[in-house]
Design a protein around this ligand. Sequence first.
Ligand SMILES: Nc1ncnc2c1ncn2[C@@H]1O[C@H](COP(=O)(O)OP(=O)(O)OP(=O)(O)O)[C@@H](O)[C@H]1O
Length: 242
Amino acid sequence: MVAPPDNDVLWARTLTYAYGGSPALAGVSLGARDGEILAVTGPRGCGKTTLLKCLSGLLVPDRGEVWFNSAPVHTLSPLGREQLRRDRFAWIDTEPQLIAELTAWENAALPLMLRGTGRREAKSTAHEWLDRLDIGECARLRPAALPQAQRQRVAMARALASAPAVLFADEPTAPLHSTDRAQVLRTLTTAARSHGITVLLATHDEEVATLADRTVALLDGRRVGSPHSPEAEGRSACSVSA
Ligand SMILES: Nc1ncnc2c1ncn2[C@@H]1O[C@H](COP(=O)(O)OP(=O)(O)OP(=O)(O)O)[C@@H](O)[C@H]1O
């Protein structure tokens, strides 16, 4: 078995995935370093979402491996993957997925409380992040009372409040107005950098990708414009062994 490089928080080798026989990923390898913002780019349907789902344990690849902090993800049980997602990962979807019955701060605090953080501490952390994302005044409102751009900020606050090791963001600013997009993205990337959060950012927008440290481009489920194996990405210091 090939061991992942030490300085990669997330590492994947030759990921292959098909939906009912229709291929979505065909042998994608990559590594994400600790605290890095890595953009996954490519046209619609090229496999960005599927790649993020395989990396985060939402999907199990048909073939290939995923490692998080040098531990295999692809061999974990469904419960093990669920715990990993709850305790170490966060996800921001294109459409904000909030709980309608909860207020903005309760939504943002929920992942922390699910991990066992006390209500008072979770509330205070949630309020801090809502303030940082300029929606502090919406803290007591329910999602239905907020425009979509504000709901997406609540979803971002929820993801960041849980201080994940890895944040998966799937076209997170697509629903935002273009004037809002740059500011929200900058807030997101600045917050991730200052907290050492690794971000996997799927986007078809080249401008969004410029905020990342590095880009992995996909086309038809394959990597393009770069080596196909993470071993070939110039990381001789983290040599792998058979
Ligand atoms: N649940 C599904 N069932 C069947 N096919 C799917 C499913 N999800 C994605 N696909 C197909 O798999 C391929 C890759 O889709 P994926 O959503 O990963 O790409 P993407 O780059 O994220 O696209 P987009 O930018 O539109 O979200 C596409 O051909 C898509 O139609």
